[in-house]
Design a protein around this ligand. Structure first.
Ligand SMILES: Nc1ncnc2c1ncn2[C@@H]1O[C@H](COP(=O)(O)OP(=O)(O)OP(=O)(O)O)[C@@H](O)[C@H]1O
Ligand SMILES: [Mg+2]
Length: 288
């Protein structure tokens, strides 16, 4: 791990008075599990009784695929409407057709139209604050809003960061991914400074994902990561194990909980959800 991680300072947690959490899930790499994390955390939090919204900022449409949503290219049914200049507060939220968890999970789709949003943002005033402005002027009633962010650290990620209260960062247990997270932390620190985010959104933690215990290199990296992160006061969550069933479940448009609820990996999200529960309830015992 590079020296940058070792030198990064931690920042103050930004809880709002209502303890509404806006959770940025991102990484500067594709395929590390951002959308998988968003869907499974969203599902478990909804099952715990919290109204949860996932806003998909990515153009790749994975969120809609993973949740079995109809692929709509109409901008008015997507996050593109939220970024539009004439947005009137009618958030285009869809409830997945799953029987559970009783409509407590809603999704605002992204998809291909988000590429045009990125193009348009370059000529917009307050572009980095548009999502934050929307959430202030037209607040969502949800306890938890999850932002599923694209891998490119561009204008949409700036807008997501400016709207966020907390960050969750999935990483794969490869040297490339860990090294890449240095760049992410550098971007985070610079963006918080340049966008004058006060208080800055708090890093809830890194989440090692797709852990395969049969791979010696992964075991080695996993053994070192929590201590390295602890030195810069960043939490490292327990790893989410590798299972091909995540891929099978997403292909069916379901979270693993509904595809194979007895699978051991279903329990891998519970500590993160415990922390989110405590934050929402204002009972954050670990001081994060
Ligand atoms: N723990 C896991 N075990 C096995 N496969 C996983 C796991 N987590 C995610 N996957 C699979 O890895 C692939 C990438 O995951 P996902 O789409 O969530 O990543 P992402 O970071 O959102 O990617 P992108 O940058 O393309 O949006 C998917 O096929 C997903 O099913
Ligand atoms: Mg994704």
């Amino acid at each position: 791990m590079s020296t940058f991680i070792a030198n990064l300072d931690s920042v103050t947690p930004p809880l709002t008075a209502q303890h509404k959490i806006v959770l940025w899930i991102g990484a500067n790499a594709g395929g590390v599990g951002k959308t998988t994390l968003a869907v499974h955390i969203g599902y478990e939090m909804a099952c715990r009784g919290f109204d949860t919204a996932i806003l998909d900022l990515d153009s790749n449409g994975s969120m809609s695929l993973f949740c079995g949503l109809p692929r709509s290219s109409k901008p008015q049914n997507t996050m593109a409407a939220v970024f539009a200049e004439n947005f009137n507060g009618a958030w285009p939220l869809i409830t997945p057709s799953w029987g559970e968890p009783n409509g407590k999970l809603q999704i605002c789709p992204g998809g291909g139209v988000m590429s045009k949003v990125v193009d348009d943002l370059s000529s917009r005033r307050r572009r980095e604050y548009i999502l934050s402005d929307r959430l202030s002027k037209y607040p969502l009633a949800h306890n938890l809003v999850i932002l599923d962010c694209p891998a490119t650290l561009g204008s949409l990620n700036d807008a997501a960061l400016a709207a966020a209260t907390h960050l969750l960062i999935p990483v794969q247990l490869t040297y490339k991914s860990i090294k890449g997270s240095d760049g992410l932390l550098e971007w985070y620190r610079a963006a918080c400074r340049d966008l004058a985010l006060e208080p800055a959104p708090k890093i809830l933690g890194f989440v090692p994902n797709q852990f395969d215990s049969a791979e010696a290199a992964q075991r080695r990296i996993l053994a070192q990561l929590p201590d390295k992160l602890a030195k810069i006061k960043i939490n490292c969550y327990k790893q989410i194990r590798y299972s091909s069933e995540f891929n099978n479940a997403s292909g069916k448009g379901l979270p693993l909980f509904l595809y194979r609820g007895s699978h051991d990996a279903c329990s891998d999200f519970s500590v993160i959800c415990d922390d989110l529960t405590n934050l929402i309830k204002g009972e954050d015992k670990r001081g994060i």
